[in-house]
Design a binder for this molecule. Structure first.
Ligand code: SF4
Ligand code: ZN
Length: 710
């Protein structure tokens, strides 16, 4: 064992020395008061903040951190001590990386890596991680002797949907070997220096702060969280130097096993540090050590099909065929049928196949008929919306939109691999029979490319059905149903969190509507969504039900005893961390600001989205702050207890435009005010509090006349 601890201490001491020198140099140049921060985070130097509670904001703050770091390196033979020295290396790496950003520098601009991962990306990873859509996180570090085998390992992860971070020489080797990289492909180059590993370490650490409600300074809780809830592992390629080994010790301390391609002989630690010299076995061993199970489907198609391809953009120049509602009748419809009307796995292509040279522009009706004893017409749109994801999972194919507002592009690459239209049908069939096996017994798929026939079906069947569904959903209110649903999907990251999903209030991630929750209950009876009988109304204005409280108490394991459905001030619903929007009170305006995750600028509360978001999360109730879905904004139940959506005084312009039609309609209905969104301030008008107030007074914003919000 002593060989290993010697290596770890050698690396930790080297990093400590480098860190101390770099901090002293930076102070000599810029002074102790020079501000220092990573970009787009509310968590300071996240490792230091989470482990010690210290908020690093200026260079001088780092002096004490260097002291703590050095105290972690005892140079004692004990393995636990050596792992602590690994944590010291993580802290040192964070400081060395942080120093690169001094004075607002953009060190990663031309690096070939992204460097620091902003908070909002971590928040956006919440849902795919809990659904298993991203089943794990791989950290691939070093420089491989054989780039082709390295690429095969990374491609394997990509095909399984695993999110892979690259650090070191692999940053260049992986794309050079033909693997598509970028966040959209779930292969994320961080940087060339070993210290860039800090940028994935802080992802795990911020996950604990954002979703886990881990208190800054509670190091044992932090380590337990990362070990139990962040399904990460490390693959180290190439010769190991002392610094890499001590960084690996840091990873092991966080609970992430390290698999190296070097033969470590008896230096191995079972389950934590293992050698796999045959790279064909690296991925399997890594998944096994982290107990990551990947559902793979083998489909009769010539393309890769994996969630990792979801974000792929196909440019016009690379397009072989385009199906666009702007130019041709293109739509998607799922309908429920009587079993006698359809034949299982029947695939009909009605009209011309794709043929000849691109770029083809064609019509496409994707018409899916399903039957099943437990099928309900409510599930039609739930299945239909998934078509977007399934088509996007295909390598070389892009899908945007839904219903009759769709654009699909098939790339030349996909065509060259042998893609034909019937493969769309095969994917749909396989996915529906798998994901919806509880409710769908038979499924028949018709793809119509004949423009006249497609148009006729759209006009005669699809459009009337969309309209009928919309009016059904519009008429569906919290009063019109007798059940709400819990959703606890996010508990794998936010163990105390529970969403209450009602027809008018969707889950805060924006991905779970009341119908989705209802379908989830049918599909997985003992799963994340359970019904709440709407009984025991205690307060209509706040939305308090004894039964809701009881179910939330159970679902949150006794952490939350009372929630209101409609208030931000009194026992508001908890947030996990992956919310689409954050709503926060702006007391001086007697209203609230609502900010979406995509907005990076400042808000009139003096906080960015990230800073507002950090006020709540981890399944705790924080009066005055509430995470929610975009769609909730236009609901008449939004802030119902505080006077309704007319409390909104500020939103980013993009969000305001996105929700305008529905929000204006709702406010018009509630108050008679026309075009309410014209009264809501945005960043193009003002972001500082005084100017926002002046604007609100000028337009006579209704919030100014409401009862005091706090
Ligand atoms: Fe998570 Fe709530 Fe969305 Fe369910 S509804 S996935 S618990 S945010
Ligand atoms: Zn969540």
């Amino acid at each position: 064992m002593s060989g290993l601890t010697d290596l770890i201490y050698g690396g930790s001491n080297a990093v400590a020395g480098l860190t101390e020198g770099a901090v002293n140099d930076a102070i000599a140049t810029y002074g102790e008061d020079a501000p220092i921060a990573f970009p787009d985070t509310a968590y300071f130097f996240p490792t230091i903040y989470a482990a010690t509670g210290v908020k690093v904001t200026k260079l001088g703050d780092l002096l004490a951190c260097v002291g703590v770091l050095k105290s972690l390196i005892t140079n004692k033979e004990d393995l636990g001590d050596a792992l602590n020295a690994g944590l010291a290396t993580a802290v040192g790496a964070e400081i060395l990386e942080g120093l690169k950003f001094i004075g607002g520098a953009t060190p990663y601009e031309n690096e070939g890596g992204i460097g620091f991962v902003p908070d909002k990306i971590i928040r956006s990873l919440g849902v795919p991680l809990v659904t298993g859509d991203i089943p794990g996180v791989a950290v691939v570090i070093g420089t491989a002797d054989d780039p082709a085998t390295l690429a095969a390992v990374v491609k394997d992860y990509q095909s399984k949907g695993i999110l892979t971070f690259l650090v070191g020489g692999v940053v260049d080797q992986v794309p050079a070997a033909g693997v598509k990289v970028g966040l959209d492909f779930r292969v994320v180059p961080l940087g060339h220096d070993v210290t860039a590993v800090t940028h994935v370490v802080t992802v795990a650490i911020r996950a604990a702060l954002i979703f886990g409600n881990i208190q800054p300074g509670a190091l044992p809780d932090l380590l337990a969280y990362t070990k139990e809830r962040v399904p990460a592992f490390v693959n180290a390629f190439g010769a190991l130097d002392a610094v890499t080994v001590s960084a690996g010790a840091g990873a092991i301390a966080l609970g992430f096993p390290v698999i190296t391609d070097q033969d470590l002989g008896d230096l191995q630690i079972a389950g934590a540090l293992e050698s796999v010299t045959d790279l064909d076995l690296t991925a399997a061993k890594s998944l096994e050590l982290r107990n990551i199970k990947v559902k793979t489907k083998s489909l009769p198609i010539p393309l890769g099909c994996a969630s990792a391809f979801e974000g792929e953009i196909i440019r016009k120049a690379d397009t072989y065929a385009e199906f666009s509602s702007d130019k041709n009748p293109v739509f998607e419809l799922v309908v429920m049928r009587d079993p006698s009307e359809i034949t299982d796995h029947k695939i009909i292509i009605d009209g011309p196949e794709m043929a000849g040279e691109g770029m083809l522009e064609m019509a496409l009706a994707t018409y899916v008929e399903v039957s099943g004893t437990k099928m309900q017409s409510d599930f039609e749109p739930v299945i239909e919306r998934k078509i977007h994801y399934w088509f996007n999972f295909l390598e070389g194919i892009m899908h945007t939109g839904q219903r009759n507002l769709i654009r699909i592009r098939i790339s030349n690459e996909a065509r060259n691999m042998g893609f034909e239209l019937k493969h769309f049908a095969e994917v749909l069939y396989a996915m529906i029979m798998d994901d919806f096996s509880e409710v769908v017994d038979k499924c028949q798929i018709t793809l119509i490319t004949d423009p006249e026939k497609a148009r006729a079906l759209m006009e005669n069947e699809a459009l009337p059905r969309y309209t009928e569904r919309d009016s059904r959903i519009d008429n569906m209110t919290d009063e019109s149903v007798d059940k709400y649903y819990t959703c606890i999907l996010c508990q794998s990251f936010a163990p105390a969190h529970c969403c209450v999903v009602t027809p008018e209030r969707l889950g805060l991630c924006g991905a779970v509507s009341w119908l989705d929750a209802k379908a989830t209950k049918e599909l997985t009876p003992l799963g994340a969504c359970q019904p709440i009988d709407k009984i025991g109304l205690l307060d209509e204005r706040l939305g308090i039900y004894t039964e809701v409280n009881k179910k939330v108490d159970e679902a949150s394991h006794g952490n939350v005893h009372q929630v209101t459905l409609y208030s931000i001030m009194e026992d508001p619903m908890t947030s996990c961390g992956c919310f689409e929007c954050i709503c926060g009170v702006m007391p001086e305006a007697n209203g609230v600001v609502v900010v979406n995750r995509e907005y990076v600028g400042m808000t009139p509360t003096g906080m960015t989205f990230g800073e507002l978001a950090s006020m709540t999360g981890g399944g705790v109730q924080t009066p005055g702050f509430m995470g929610h879905g975009r769609h909730f904004i236009g609901s008449q139940k939004f802030l119902y207890a505080e006077g309704g959506p007319e409390r909104i005084v500020w939103m980013p312009k993009e969000l305001k435009d996105d929700v305008a039609v529905r929000l204006n309609k709702t406010v018009q209905k509630l108050t008679g005010i026309e075009n309410f969104t014209d009264m809501i301030c945005d960043e193009t008008i003002a972001t500082d509090s005084e100017a926002v107030l002046a604007f609100l007074e000028q337009v006579g914003h209704p919030a100014l006349a409401l009862d005091p919000i706090m």
